[in-house]
Design a protein around this ligand. Structure first.
Ligand code: GLA
Length: 713
């Protein structure tokens, strides 16, 4: 059955993914209307939804408040508009007129429907894009707007897409909230009537919420039920408005920019909104997460097939106090542990001795690196590791040569304060010369030193976001900043195909599908406390796969919580993502170094499962534990179960952990104990993991399918 089909009599378009369908139609007024999104349908079945609109039964109702593909501001629509435009004569409404459609095959296994429209009178062309993939249920949508006239058109809202759910008795919203060092806290709560707005006004994705939502009828569990979800691929300010109406409907609209920002479109100018991907799954929140992970691996990440190396990062060990002898000593110890990528963090450049000075002056400090960085990079390479470096290209300390030279390069308004956060200001990446300056020094730095990896940081939110040199600058910069940031990263990657990049914004402040399409991993949080990390990682993993989630083992007492948990527990938590080490190895005892080396070796044996496997969450982080996550090889030949228990309680039964996704006919051998288990016992009855007694107890159980003695399914 074709992936995109059309029924000329009813005007129904049907997009099909392996398990879902999405149907729409252009109605009698020319507006693109939503028909259905859920389990897979044939075209004939989808046509059942193409019924004539029910006339409003009072003069206070307008068009149905939900159900358009891109609700515009205009006519009798009273919901949150996805498209809100102001034409040169002050007219605000948009009236649809269809101008055609295209069905494209942008790449093998991908199909795209483009529906084209224009305003009936004013010079604005709108095209709605829908992209589907052969092996994935995620539908990517975005909108392209083009000014076809001779005067500027102002887009007050230009969302990527609106998603509509079928009518249900009740709706529930899942999303994350957080703050610095406490990102990705998962919330699952009844959807309020009216509008629920999730947004970042910070110019960056933000720690405080993340641009994705999941909606269900209030009845989905980890393993059962229908879930509709959507995630926006954008790393600047954004807004997602979820709406629930009294007529029993729910839907959402989302895109770049927060309320109050507007985008001027000059004559001939085009704006392509970021992708807003949607997904329907039937199989609970677990199935939704697995489908998102598969999508990120198949269609988002630039190098999904790679195994990410075990890294060491110097930040928690040294703070700003980095120099060549100290870094050489740490690198030697890291290599002995089995580390594969050594990353020198903040403090290596200019006058950077604290967070008060030096940002912007990206040359190695001569007192700390008298011969530049090359001797250290050579030493790290000699030790068999790749070399990574921390950079924060979008920022400047006022106490820096760069700021003294270019005080006008920062976001600012005339006659207004330049508010510092962490003693730094934001460079206006929307300005071409700023983006070019960053690209120039970055590409030279990487080329001159043979740098393999950049940790690209962004350590403050915008304020006084003005661009006085351009009249419309303070409107344009919200999108052009992010576009130029993307362009600098894209150019760097093109120049240096071997370069890998970690996205970081004071931890997890810039994690989204947009930045992940041009980076290799993300620093999920500055908080490295293993106990706190369990819930941070749980929230992170709702959408983003473990393959992208950098996680370090650091020293205790933890610098955020003053909590001390065993090294093994810290390792087992960090092993749920891309393992890294961030402790002060000079202070690790011989015993700790030996235990650490053994755990690094253990991670290397199972990381293909973590990074490329399929995630199940047998038990979430609800109480003192145990919490359990399982990663299974796509061919079900192996699985890894990680179990973390904060505290045992007398009288609380020890419950077996039921595994999932195993080959039912097979038996699996525990690689450590040699014990063999039948898959049906593991999935139907469960495994009682051997947890050492006491608090902060953990286990990593690696199960390998036995080739012989298959039992009947
Ligand atoms: C941010 C990062 C940290 C570290 C510091 C350095 O906070 O998230 O990991 O790199 O900056 O200043």
């Amino acid at each position: 059955m074709p992936v995109i089909s059309f029924a000329p009599d009813s005007g129904v378009w049907l997009l099909s993914t392996p398990r879902t369908s999405y149907a729409l139609r252009i109605d009698e007024t020319g507006a693109p209307c939503h028909l259905a999104w859920g389990p897979r349908l044939t075209l004939a079945e989808a046509e059942e939804f193409a019924t004539p609109p029910v006339p409003a039964d009072s003069s206070f109702e307008g068009r149905p408040p939900s159900g358009e593909e891109l609700p515009v501001d205009g006519g009798t629509r009273y919901g949150p508009p996805s498209l809100q435009v102001r034409f040169a004569d002050g007219t605000r409404a948009f009236e649809w007129e269809t101008t055609g459609h295209r069905v494209l095959e942008p790449a093998p296994g991908e199909s795209e429907l483009v529906l084209e429209f224009r305003d009936r009178h004013y010079p604005l062309a709108v095209s709605l894009h829908y992209r589907v993939h052969d092996h994935c249920d995620v539908i990517e949508r975005w909108t392209v707007l083009r000014n076809t006239g001779a005067e500027t058109v102002v887009l007050q809202r230009a969302d990527s897409a609106a998603w509509t759910l079928p009518p249900r008795d009740d709706y529930r919203l899942s999303h994350v909230t957080g703050q610095w060092a406490a990102e990705s806290q998962l919330h699952r709560e009844r959807l309020a009537f009216g509008e629920t707005v999730l947004t970042s006004r910070r110019g960056v994705t933000s720690h405080h919420t993340n641009p994705w939502v999941m909606l269900d009828a209030g009845d989905a569990t980890e393993d059962h039920g229908q879930v509709w979800s959507a995630a926006l691929a954008w790393s600047g300010s954004w807004r997602v408005t979820v709406q629930r109406t009294p007529d029993g409907r729910a839907g959402l609209t989302g895109g770049a920019g927060h309320e109050g920002t507007a985008l001027p479109l000059a004559p001939g100018e085009e704006f392509t909104a970021p992708r807003f991907a949607g997904l329907h799954t039937d199989g609970g929140f677990g199935a939704a997460s697995r489908a998102w992970h598969a999508h990120v691996l198949a269609h988002v990440l630039p190098h999904p097939d790679e195994l990410r190396p075990v890294l060491y990062n110097s930040w928690e060990a040294t703070g700003f106090d980095v120099d060549e002898p100290g870094q050489r000593a740490l690198a030697g110890r890291a290599a002995a542990l089995g580390v594969e990528l050594y990353v020198m963090d903040d403090g290596w450049f200019g006058a950077r001795r604290s967070d008060r000075a030096g940002l912007g002056d990206w040359t190695p400090s001569p007192d700390r690196f008298p011969d530049g960085l090359t001797p250290l990079v050579r030493e790290v390479h000699r030790l068999g590791m790749r070399f990574g470096l921390w950079v924060e290209p979008e920022m400047v300390n006022p106490d820096s040569d760069l700021y003294r030279l270019h005080p006008d390069w920062v976001l600012h308004f005339p006659h207004r304060a330049r508010t510092e956060l962490r003693h730094q200001l934001v460079l206006n990446f929307a300005r071409r010369e700023v983006a070019d300056w960053a690209y120039d020094w970055l590409t030279a730095l990487v080329a001159d030193h043979g740098i393999d990896f950049l940790k690209w940081d962004m350590n403050r939110a915008f304020s006084e976001a003005g661009w006085p040199d351009r009249t419309d600058g303070s409107d344009r910069l919200w999108t052009e900043y992010t576009r130029n940031l993307y362009a600098v990263i894209d150019r760097l990657r093109a120049d240096h195909p071997g370069l890998r990049i970690e996205t970081c914004s004071g931890g997890g402040g810039r994690v989204d599908l947009g930045i992940l399409s041009r980076t290799d991993q993300a620093w999920a949080s500055d908080n490295t406390d293993a106990a706190d990390r369990i819930s941070i990682q749980h929230g992170y993993g709702q959408i983003y796969p473990a393959r992208t989630m950098a996680a370090w083992v650091t020293d205790v007492p933890n610098q955020f919580t003053a909590r001390s948990v065993p090294l093994r527990f810290r390792f087992h938590v960090a092993m749920a993502g891309v393992l890294g080490i961030g402790g002060d190895l000079g202070r690790w005892s011989d015993g700790e170094l030996a235990e650490g080396a053994a755990l690094v070796a253990e991670y290397k044996r199972v990381r293909h499962l973590v990074q490329h496997g399929v995630l199940h969450r047998p038990r979430g982080p609800v109480d003192d534990g145990p919490t359990a996550v399982q990663y299974t090889a796509p061919d079900r030949s192996e699985a890894l179960l990680l179990v973390w228990r904060r505290a045992p309680h007398r009288g609380r039964p020890r419950l077996p952990v039921r595994l999932a996704g195993l080959d039912p006919a097979a038996r699996y051998r525990d690689a450590r104990t040699g014990k063999v288990h039948h898959a049906k016992v593991l999935t139907g009855y469960g495994l009682l993991p051997e947890l050492p007694p006491g608090d902060w107890s953990s286990a990593a159980v690696h199960l390998v399918r036995e080739p012989e003695r298959r039992t009947a399914p």
